[in-house]
Design a binder for this molecule. Sequence first.
Ligand code: BES
Ligand code: MN
Ligand code: ZN
Length: 503
Amino acid sequence: MEFIVKSGGPEKQRSACIVVGVFEGRKLTASARQLDQISGGGLTAILRRGDHAGSIGQSLLLHHVPNIPSERVLLIGCGKEKDLGDGSYRVILGHAARALGQTGATEAAVFIIADLDVRGRDLNWKLRHAVEITEEAYYRFDQMKSRKSEKHHALHRMVLMVPKRSDLAPAENAVRQGRAISAGVKLAKDLGNLPGNICTPSYLADQAWALHEEYGVKTTVLDEPDMRALGMGALLSVARGSSQPPKLIVVEYRGGPEAQPPVALVGKGLTFDAGGISIKPAAEMDEMKYDMCGGAAVLGTLRAIAELRLPINVVGVIPSSENLPDGNANKPGDVVTSMSGQTIEILNTDAEGRLILCDALTYTERFNPSVVVDLATLTGACVVALGRHASGLMSNSEPLARSLIGAGKYSFDRAWQLPLWDDYQKQLDSNFADMANIGGRDAGAITAACFLARYTKKFKWAHLDIAGTAWKTGKEKGATGRPVPLLTTFLIERSENRGHLEA
Ligand code: BES
Ligand code: MN
Ligand code: ZN
């Protein structure tokens, strides 16, 4: 989709379709009111006939509205004006995008962005989300179908209308950010949706090389012998049960001053998690192809910031492996030695994410990072605790936690903090090694983070458990691309050195 910004009133636009809003109670938004006036009350007459109540999800396409130079007018329901918030704004724009896609219009001028007054949100926020929601509405994954779905919409250009000429420059910037985030989300979604037999650790490594080709980022891929030399006994133990070779993928983006310590993003890239010898039940096991979504989101975020040329240094680290049962696989009771020297008793081979992450986190020390954020589809317990709306956030740095939560709010890719108190640590006690890899039934998301905390003492660190947010289950099964919006927003913020997203 092509997005352009323009200023001007609806009465002057010569567009294939003009998009305006109606609130419940037949209240027209500002641009709709203007159209109504020049058409001699054309819109109010239609509303009075009862054809549009203004509820969210309702839309009405009008042709030949008198005195209006545009071919069509699309009336979009905006619900109760006083209920308008971040979530409903996004829902309304999603409906507008889908309704537009069903028309024959190849181009549209959208007025509901400027017209909708979302409390506390500026034009940057509204434009960014309009772009992201539109790309979301038109996303399809048909790489694996022999017959590609036909082009499902004629629309190829959206004109996002802003009130004043002076809004144009900041609006262009907001659209640029929205487009970059959407491109990162799309990469993360595509990689997540690919099946495990295609998206292997080697395939993920190829994606990192593709980023090198396209954006000039520095890509390094460590193979098994490199990992052995580094003593990555935990990561290697998980990979032993699989015939796919593991990879430790490193991507360095250097947009900031040379001496600036980088932000490190560490993403779980488990390309299929059968659980290993502690094998998972068959139901919904296919969804464990999504166990690499943390790694995919690292690649997606790097793509977004490279596209934006953000003046910041970021390094992405992705430990990647499969977790399968096999004669060589980890067995319950096995003890392995991690790169840090700490030993781990593997009481459940299905708690493999922390095993591959702990060595990746130790490896990350060499970049002398300013902060480290890891993202992982780590625990079913996190889904039980928070459902599928918020990612779980645990951190050893309160300011870092605050800014991630703020970035999550701004990007509507929300995270909710759980405690990381030392009191939980003893659940990881082992009779045979420095720690066990599971902490029992209680507080499973937190004890998983407690495990990682033992490998992150040297830096400011936050952990995002994205088990509930990285993909949708059920009829709409598919990757979401989360938390690319959160992370990209966090990095935009950090590169601009602004703090207004903290609240
Ligand atoms: N990848 C899973 C976590 C997961 C499960 C994410 C279901 C989304 C949906 C992870 O490797 C895992 O299996 N975790 C175990 C840990 C347990 C054995 C302590 C879990 O959550 O059951
Ligand atoms: Mn597992
Ligand atoms: Zn897993």
